[in-house]
Design a protein around this ligand. Structure first.
Ligand SMILES: [Zn+2]
Ligand SMILES: [Zn+2]
Length: 360
């Protein structure tokens, strides 16, 4: 079953995942019904100025619509009840005391809004700060039921990590439906520190981060899983047949030929790849390790690792591969598959890990 069907009248094709989800008019279209004769929104390729103006306005509108749905009094009273009845406030309201809901354009909102979530600070009178994590409801994010599955997996992953020495936010409460505050949400600890900006770090600072990352790898290595997948239920499955099916049906049209050949190659070589695997365990891998998932203090000490949604258990080589912030992306796209200097440096730091650091 496709993730979404094309919503053009009487069309029974799957909506293409990617370009088929239109932020501007909130429609989901198959490739045929994305064509200008069926879809009037400006095109990113043909008219980027109009496209991005409309896109940004629509995105803003979706975020404001989400904030409009939230019962902030209920959110505050749930947080207070869970934190020993200590009163709390939401700084996103502070600039306008008469405000009924936060403004999607306010600094407080924009600074903590990521690709999938809006993160609101909840400040208690005793100085403790939590985050209320609200899932976007834009047309470009996954449907509600899929998001619920991902949220539950993120919570389970954080609960698992809390048993290790890796610092992650504690989850205090989560709800997958609208019954409590009007939208699904999660209440979690706000860790100290600021997101790491890898390109801004000096060589010395990067080396310091690498040493700490190796410690994280070593800790994760102590907690193997018997199968690959995402928590709470990891299980063996090979996604290539499913991806090939989606490409054939038009649900995946972005770089269709490249993806088709990649998954065909995987199917062909999987038995020989499995034959050389020495370790039949799997280890947790962060899904979006571009740098800002690591929180640091002024001295580049890691204060925590956040954003564990989509994390999965992977083979040792993949789980402990270099994070994408170190990849020489441009060279790779130009056909060069050599490791970057930083990846070699990370491998040097990883002497205690008995496998080579592989990039991909
Ligand atoms: Zn549209
Ligand atoms: Zn269609």
């Amino acid at each position: 079953m496709p993730l979404r069907g094309c919503d053009f009248p009487n069309c029974e094709s799957p909506a293409e995942r990617g370009s088929g989800d239109c932020m501007i008019c909130s429609s989901h279209r198959c490739l045929e019904h994305l064509a200008p004769e069926f879809h009037a929104c400006p095109s990113e390729d043909d008219d980027p100025d109009s496209f991005f103006t409309a896109y940004d306005a629509a995105k803003q509108g979706h975020l404001q619509a989400l904030l409009n749905k939230v019962d902030f009094n209920a959110l505050r009273s749930i947080a207070t009840r869970l934190h020993d009845n200590v009163p709390c406030y939401i700084p996103a309201f502070l600039n306008a005391t008469e405000q009924a809901i936060p403004d999607a354009e306010s600094k407080q909102i924009l600074e903590q809004t990521g690709g999938q979530n809006c993160n609101l600070d909840i400040c208690f009178d005793d100085g403790v700060v939590w985050i209320a994590r609200l899932r976007f409801e834009e047309p470009t994010v996954l449907p509600r039921d899929a998001q619920a599955t991902i949220s539950i997996s993120e919570v389970e992953t954080l609960i698992f990590l809390a048993r290790t020495n890796i610092r992650v936010p504690e989850v205090f409460h989560h709800s997958s439906d609208e019954s409590e505050i009007g939208t699904p949400y999660m209440l979690m600890e706000k860790l100290p520190g600021k997101p790491l900006q890898w390109p801004d770090a000096s060589t010395q600072q990067r080396t310091k981060i690498m040493g700490q990352l190796v410690d994280v790898f070593l800790e994760l290595e102590k907690h193997p899983f018997a199968a690959t997948g995402s928590l709470p239920e990891v299980a063996w499955w090979d996604r290539s047949p499913r991806v090939i099916y989606m490409i054939k049906g038009g649900e995946l049209a972005t770089l269709a030929t490249d993806n088709f050949l990649t998954h065909l190659w995987r199917l062909e070589h999987l038995p020989s790849l499995l034959a050389i695997v020495k370790d039949d365990h799997f280890y947790l891998k962060h899904a979006d390790d571009k740098g800002d998932h690591i929180l640091i203090d002024e001295e580049y000490n890691i204060t925590g690792i956040i954003d564990w949604e989509f994390a999965s258990t992977e083979t040792k080589n993949l789980a402990f591969s270099s994070p994408c912030m170190m990849w020489p992306v441009q060279k790779y796209y130009d056909g060069n598959n050599d490791l970057s200097e930083e990846e070699y440096d990370l491998r040097k730091c990883s002497n205690a890990v008995d496998e080579k650091i592989w990039r991909r």
